[in-house]
Write a protein that binds this ligand. Structure first.
Ligand SMILES: [Zn+2]
Length: 273
């Protein structure tokens, strides 16, 4: 094969790929009337959308361009976290700390909140975490266990002292984070649905319809998506105008955490004796 031929093929191949990518993005961004019809009238119901797992500035743009006030859960102790937090806040977004937590014994100087830490260590951990995510107004947990009663009590005491709220991501069914926050008498809610748990465009659309239904029935609902899921920003771009047109209001999480929660799934509301 001559060099020219190879170059032509390469060029053709690149063009082909561009056409495929353009076609795919059309499919993703095209409105889907079927899903829109399934969204009940919102009558002013409130939806809060949280985007988890922010490490740095990468992949943020697609979300920051969305026409809605979104809350971002930024990992503490990450190199780019502080910069990403500033960027989000400048763009009008809200920032919370995305708490790494473990059920294993861990060093109190480490980066994952472990069980059995003394209150002073939990305090110091929260202080360090907040310093690395400037402007954070609350906290939610990354995957991991929030089942240790003593740990969660100490965590909530530290958050309450600083006027921060807690969103229990409900990564395990027997979480006690929410119950500990209620006991402490601080603003708290649970995640009502993971928007992109399955990873496909179709399942994200279905989850957003379910989120809208919960909000319509209860007055407000919270959904969590993930920065790393490529389809999430695209599906949100499609749904945000639909939700607004149906009468929903999309507010930052901090506006929702002090409103009572009617959708608690099977999440315990009281701590075990
Ligand atoms: Zn996470």
């Amino acid at each position: 094969m001559g060099r020219d031929m190879a170059r032509t093929l390469k060029r053709w191949g690149g063009g082909g790929l561009a056409v495929v990518v353009a076609a795919l993005s059309l499919v993703i961004s095209a409105p889907s009337p079927a899903e829109a019809l399934d969204i009940p009238e919102g009558h002013g119901a409130v939806i809060a959308i949280v985007i988890d797992d922010v490490l740095d500035n990468r992949k943020l743009d697609a979300f920051l361009e969305l026409d809605a006030a979104i809350t971002y859960a930024v990992f503490p102790f990450s190199r780019g976290g502080a910069h990403a937090s500033e960027r989000i806040r400048k763009a009008g977004g809200e920032v919370i700390v995305h708490l790494p937590v473990t059920s294993r014994r861990s060093r109190t100087s480490g980066r994952k909140l472990g069980p059995g830490w003394p209150a002073a260590a939990v305090e110091a951990f929260v202080e360090r975490a907040l310093a690395s995510v400037p402007g954070a107004v609350g906290m939610n947990n990354h995957k991991g266990s929030t089942t240790n009663v003593r740990s969660m009590r100490r965590l909530m005491a530290a958050l309450k002292e600083r006027d921060l709220f807690f969103l229990d991501s409900v990564t395990v069914e027997n979480t006690v984070g929410y119950a500990a926050a209620l006991e402490a008498g601080m603003p708290s809610r649970i995640n009502n649905i993971f928007i992109d748990g399955q990873g496909s465009v179709l399942s994200a659309r279905r989850s957003l319809v379910r989120l809208a239904r919960m909000a319509a029935a209860a007055g407000s609902a919270i959904g969590i998506g993930h920065l790393q899921r490529p389809s999430t920003a695209a599906v949100l771009r499609e749904f945000i105008p639909l939700l607004k047109a149906k009468g929903y209001v999309i507010l930052p999480l901090s506006q929702v955490t002090s409103v009572p929660n009617h959708w608690t799934r099977n999440v315990p509301r009281t701590l075990p004796k």
